[in-house]
Design a binder for this molecule. Structure first.
Ligand SMILES: Cc1ncc(C[n+]2csc(CCOP(=O)(O)OP(=O)(O)O)c2C)c(N)n1
Ligand SMILES: [Mg+2]
Length: 432
């Protein structure tokens, strides 16, 4: 037994041990983010879009920032947007927040079964969508309602889907908030985490094979980067130089699991790019200008056949994971207040004010206008029904649209469903 390793057998070698990640703060703890390195805005170099990934490996560990403590835009990543564009960006973000507020309340009132907010992360979808062409194909996760709103998808269609009512274009077949719109180049959201990553890369490859000019962009949560699909997507993207942008939204939480379980204690999410030979950027996700500039950089790079890019947007999930979650059970309530990168809407607002292009009164008026817009769309959607009020798509539609001809086993299931409904609700047309 002389070569037997390990301490437990009596040898003096140390016993092997695992490290199990543990978040720094739990409920009741005082949160302190002073260990997070936040470089000054404007200090990060902006390389040429055709750069070799290994030349910019430092940017995968840095934090690209534009908006400084003085509310001014700094450095080479400043996208130099005009005031009208900045105001549009601010309004899109405010509209997303107003929408989230109302839909969250709607769930609490029983109008829908489920909702997910993106509070604090609005810039990562709104500013990114504004940096893309409106017909670039997007493969989002479930927290990118900002992309759809930025692309002008009607709020009423979103609410119909959330209510699964008779106006729901997806006929109640998807979980609320899992939208889909071909007209808006918005791929159907899937609840199976990270599946959108290989789909985006595959779509981008097909776009290139066809000689098209449209690129693809996809978003995934930092927790979901632990999925194999994310890694397959990175490999295919780099091998074939696919015209794609892989956005990782590091909001630091995956429901109740902190980002350490996805690897954040060891390295940054942007640094995952390096092992694949992808360009990797790590960006302040609460800085709408940095989000816009980095997304535009990656889009230009993809469009020029210069290669795919992985971008980590460092942000913070300010609220619960979904309406089914209660974060006070697993994290310090103080985290949100202490989070050092602030709120994306507030930061852009203060920037516009510093430029002399905005003021608090206009902000308040805009907030009221957004809330009214959402309220009106909600009232309109409610005419098509809300959860449990019977105004949904006819029952039989459950068996339609997948097969041109229903296979025998589904015919049998449909007949059985019909019989059971006849027994349960005698006298009611069973297929309604
Ligand atoms: C393949 C798969 N595994 C697990 C789940 C359950 N699940 C839904 S959301 C979620 C957390 C995802 O966290 P993250 O990727 O960080 O995204 P975030 O919610 O923070 O935006 C989990 C584990 C799922 N939907 N699909
Ligand atoms: Mg997350």
């Amino acid at each position: 037994m002389a070569d037997r390793p390990g301490g437990a057998g009596g040898s003096n070698k140390p016993a092997l041990a695992l490290h199990v990640p543990e978040p720094k703060y739990r409920p009741g703890d005082t949160a302190d983010f002073s260990h997070i390195a936040i470089p000054p805005a404007g200090a990060q170099p902006k390389p040429d879009e055709a750069v070799e990934p290994k030349e910019i490996s430092a940017l995968a560990y840095d934090l690209i920032r534009v908006l400084g403590e003085d509310d001014r835009a700094h450095g080479p990543w400043d996208p130099k947007l005009d005031a009208d564009t900045l105001r549009t960006m601010l309004r899109n973000m405010a509209l997303v927040r107003a929408f989230d507020e109302r839909m969250f309340r709607g769930q609490r009132q029983g109008k829908t079964s489920f909702y997910m907010k993106c509070t604090g992360e609005e810039a990562t979808s709104v500013a990114a969508a504004m940096a893309l062409a409106s017909d670039d194909m997007v493969f989002p996760s479930y927290r990118q309602q900002g992309v759809l709103i930025t692309r002008g998808y009607p709020l009423i269609e979103m609410i119909n889907q959330i209510y699964s009512n008779k106006g729901d274009k997806l006929k109640g077949r998807q979980l609320p908030i899992m939208y889909s719109s071909r007209e808006h180049s918005f791929f159907s959201i899937s609840g199976n985490l990270a599946t959108q990553n290989p789909q985006a890369v595959g779509w981008a490859m097909a776009s290139a094979i066809k000689g098209d000019s449209r690129i693809a962009a996809t978003w995934v949560g930092e927790g979901s980067t632990a999925e194999g699909d994310f890694h397959s997507a990175c490999l295919f993207a780099t091998v074939y130089n696919a015209p794609v942008i892989l956005n990782v939204i590091n909001n630091q939480w995956a429901i109740s699991s902190f980002s350490g379980f996805a690897g954040s204690e060891r390295t940054t999410f942007a640094a995952r790019a390096l092992g694949y030979g992808l360009a990797g950027l790590r960006v302040d996700g609460n800085d709408a200008l940095a989000v816009y500039a980095s997304q535009r950089w990656a889009a230009n790079r993809a469009r020029a056949n210069a290669g795919p890019t992985l971008i980590e947007y460092f942000t913070y999930r300010a609220e619960g994971h979904s309406t089914s979650d209660d974060p006070s059970g697993y994290r310090s309530a103080q985290e949100r207040e202490e989070w050092p990168l602030g709120d994306p809407i507030n930061r852009l607002k203060k920037h516009l004010i510093a430029l002399g292009e905005w003021d608090e009164d206009r902000q308040s008026a805009m907030d009221v206008e957004c809330a009214e817009l959402v309220k009106a769309a909600t009232k309109e959607a409610e005419k098509n029904g809300i959860l449990g009020h019977g105004m949904h798509h006819p029952f039989r539609t459950m068996f339609q649209d997948v097969y041109e001809e229903l296979p025998w086993h589904l015919e049998e299931q449909a007949a059985q469903a019909r019989r059971e409904r006849e027994i349960k609700w005698p006298g009611v047309e069973p297929w309604t």
